[in-house]
Write a protein that binds this ligand. Structure first.
Ligand code: ADP
Ligand code: ZN
Ligand code: MG
Length: 490
């Protein structure tokens, strides 16, 4: 770690951050050949002359990859160019058998997008997206895990030619937290859009971090450092925190920042120098003579737009309004498109969607979380959740009884309907019996009665709770509520 820098010194500087995100597109086949695009196959089984770059083999663009990249562009509020150009980015590396990567350079597929991130003060800020371009992935060098790893590096070229979208942000992020939020939002949007599985462990979402610092108020950007190999969003935040302090320390000591590429070292939680940064001209970009310009027609664009689903932010806002949900519940329910779909399908059949959300998240979600299992493995079906919510809403069971029934569901691995039919919890609907319970509670708690009568109306909840407990959770909730108010007012 850099030596601790005082808060005052840190505050003199403003960090400037830009992110480059690569996502693998979820096509069945690769970008320019018919090989399967699949993670985890036997090494070097999904390869052909095109993706190996054998002489004479010609690339043919996968239309589905263009469709996914276009959908991603629209989801990120980008303008899609009608005409974009594939270019060769030339460099030598063992995992790149062609000696160049097909990418896009000065005419990318899409530009001028943005993502909104929440700010520390509860507002929102738009972060510009410079461009989204299409390119192909390289293969993978395997340095360990194989029998002869001590002596050799092996190559797995299955990943060569996998379609990627590279999404480059403007240098507009200002804090490690903002960078974290930007990535979280982007991942969520791309997952909703269905264009990538964004699985960081499998490398289908990768992020390079660019960061510089400048004195607050300065116009000119400082010299940036690029950090690679940051394979989780938490590491992005940690790498930025480290790198910002390191740069400030260098500058404070009278030194200057060298433009370079550094590697995130997760074991040591620091960045290490890797190489000096190459410049664009080092890659000798030129238009790929084997690929014609990519034309995105108006029809293609509108078809892509039609495939764009409702995106997370919009969906949350709509669900809050439509089902009267809290912001927190809406956030949890929209954690994935599938989960939100399941909730909405169920909520549509229930008396009170807000109650379905409560039962799903608190009763079922809480128990699943405690057991460490997914909704798919839940003994309680969505229909069971709706039944519980309806019974609760109609006052046919108390919330205490519902909890007991859910306990049984999880103990016996049975659905809510089954347990409810068997147990049919008793309910006291006899007003006289309930009044008697309330009278006892009132007699035992004179102080609370006084508070209520002095105007603290929320005390009613206390009496309902006590009387419900005295009834062993069996009092009809609606009747109990009504009688408590009557007694206290009387
Ligand atoms: P390069 O040519 O080195 O790849 P780019 O201009 O393409 O640089 O920018 C790459 C990324 O670095 C972008 O996300 C951009 O926002 C960011 N970036 C550019 N300049 C700076 C800077 N001075 N400080 C921090 N980030 C920067
Ligand atoms: Zn191939
Ligand atoms: Mg660049």
């Amino acid at each position: 770690m850099p030596a601790a820098i005082s808060a005052e010194v840190l505050a003199k500087y403003e960090p400037v951050i830009g992110l480059e995100v690569h996502v693998q597109l979820l096509t069945a086949t690769k970008a320019f050949c018919g090989c399967a695009n699949r993670f985890g196959a036997e090494p070097n089984t999904n390869v052909c002359p095109v993706c190996l770059g054998l002489p004479g083999a010609l690339p043919v663009l996968n239309e589905k990859a263009v469709e996914f990249a276009t959908i991603a562009s629209l989801a990120l509020n980008c303008q899609v160019r009608e005409r974009s150009i594939f270019a060769r980015k030339n460099y030598f590396y063992p995992d790149l058998p062609k000696g160049y990567q097909i990418s896009q350079f000065d005419k990318p597929l899409a530009e001028h997008g943005w993502i909104e991130v929440p700010t520390a003060d509860g507002g929102r800020r738009r972060i510009g997206i410079t461009r989204l371009h299409m390119e192909e992935d390289a293969g993978k060098s395997l340095h360990d895990g194989l029998p002869d790893s001590a002596a050799h590096t092996s190559l797995d070229l299955n990943r060569c030619g996998t379609p990627l979208a590279e999404i480059v942000s403007e240098p507009e992020l200002r804090t490690p937290d903002e960078a974290y939020e930007y990535l979280t939002r982007m991942r969520e949007i791309l997952l909703y859009a269905g264009v990538s599985d964004c699985n960081m462990e499998e490398g289908s979402l990768r992020c390079d971090v660019n960061v510089s610092v400048r004195l607050r108020g300065a116009e000119r950007l400082g010299t940036k450092v690029e950090v690679k190999n940051v394979n989780s969003f938490k590491f992005v935040r940690a790498a930025l925190e480290y790198e910002i302090e390191r740069q400030i320390e260098v500058i404070e000591a009278g030194g200057s920042i060298v433009q370079q590429t550094r590697l995130w070292n997760a074991d040591e939680q620091r960045t290490d120098s890797m190489r000096s940064k190459e410049q664009a001209h080092d890659y000798r970009y030129f238009p790929d003579p084997d690929l014609p310009p990519l034309i995105v027609s108006a029809e293609f664009l509108s078809a892509a737009r039609k495939k764009l689903p409702e995106l997370p932010e919009a969906r949350r806002a709509r669900m809050i309004a439509e089902y009267d949900l809290s912001a927190q519940d809406a956030k949890t329910l929209t954690v994935s498109r599938e989960f939100a779909d399941r909730f909405e399908a169920a909520a549509g059949t229930a008396r009170n969607p807000r109650r379905v959300a409560g039962v799903l998240l608190n009763e079922v979600g809480g128990r699943l979380k405690a057991l460490g299992i997914e909704l798919e493995q839940s003994p309680v079906s969505m229909a069971g959740i709706v039944l519980a919510a309806d019974l609760l809403d109609e006052g046919k069971i108390s919330s205490k009884q519902m909890k007991q029934l859910f306990d049984l569901c999880f103990e016996k691995a049975e659905d809510f309907g089954v347990v409810y039919e068997r147990e049919k919890p008793e309910q006291i609907t006899d007003a006289a019996a309930i009044e008697k319970l309330i009278d006892e509670v009132i007699a035992a708690n004179p102080k609370q009665v006084e508070q209520y009568r002095a105007g603290k109306k929320t005390m009613a909840g206390f009496f309902v709770g006590q009387a419900m407990r005295a009834s062993k959770g069996q009092a009809n909730p609606a009747l109990l509520n009504e009688l408590v108010t009557k007694k206290l007012e009387g």
